[in-house]
Write a protein that binds this ligand. Sequence first.
Ligand SMILES: Cc1ncc(COP(=O)(O)O)c(C=O)c1O
Length: 378
Amino acid sequence: MQFVDLAAQLATIRESVDRRIKQVLDHGNFILGPEVKELEKKLAEFAGVKHCISCASGTDALLLPLMAYGVGPGDAIFTTPFTFIATAEVISLLGATPVYVDIDPNTFNIDPVKLRQAIEDLKSGRKPTPQFPDGLQPKGIIAVDLFGLAADYDAINAVAGEHGLFVIEDAAQSFGASYKGKMAGSLADVAATSFFPAKPLGCYGDGGAVFTNDDTLATVVESLRVHGKGKDKYDNIRIGINGRLDTLQAAILLSKLEIFKKEIEMRQQVAARYSAGLKSVVKVPHVPDGYTSAWGQYSIISDRKNKLMANLQEAKIPTAVYYPRPLHIQTAFAFLGYKEGSMPVSEQSSATIFSLPMHPYLNTEDQKKIISCIDKLS
Ligand SMILES: Cc1ncc(COP(=O)(O)O)c(C=O)c1O
């Protein structure tokens, strides 16, 4: 059994993928070829935003808007510690400082009440730890749609508006999800997604995309993606990066996009079967009213996590822990001085959470096996 079965997916789209790859090999425009533009247009339509700028990874998709907003030393960016390192790494990479805000225990996403408090604290000169630089100015927020479930953007955007901060939606795990009738990628000032192969919409390598309705921001991100280009890449008007998506990856994504809506529906069925079978034995994911998850992961909470994971492993059922250690206590962020106990919900979640195989092609027989393996131990 696979944790994410890319071979089963490929079997359904093989002809289309082969055809599109051949087209790229035939026309030879490997960098920013026609497939890249076609993909960007289709992705923008899918997310319901004006601009999609594809890029080389989900990490670059976070870095580029931060660069476009001019984030640097002295800036505080508020984010969740219960996420993949990339979310916060890009903040530090630019010399700015991540300020961690603990999560809601039911959604695992940033808690808007604690977010407001953290912003107000910093503004009144109360630093999260003594090691924090003095005089940090709140500049923006990166909210993460963890496991495919959108964060609470009505509340987050309202807090941001009160304090004049920008909001980036880290939709790396949530492309295809919806929140109160709007699609992931359209929920904040700007959004970033990842096309890492295991993501809901994944390519066959690294890839990502930025989404926004802001014309100026889109123009700057597009320039930053190609070495800060002006008229062309030999007219350099700002410091940028090489952050382009390969034409071959765009071609692959175009094939996958054809079946993506159906796959998101299939993920709902897989998740519903899990929740029906497991809700009386472990804490299953909570999807608030008005939300649809893209089910990037199906993660459960149990005090008997280690025993359950060992038994599943014995039955050759793969599992994974997202995330074994929250970012505020990762070695890379030791310089910020956060201590264990400072983000109790994230820490408790790390200790008790693990994820089950999740992909659109997971069949009922395999799911029954997984559910009964958990059921008999609980
Ligand atoms: C929440 C989150 N943000 C950002 C990223 C970075 O994406 P990539 O691996 O494409 O750089 C990931 C990827 O795992 C992620 O899960």
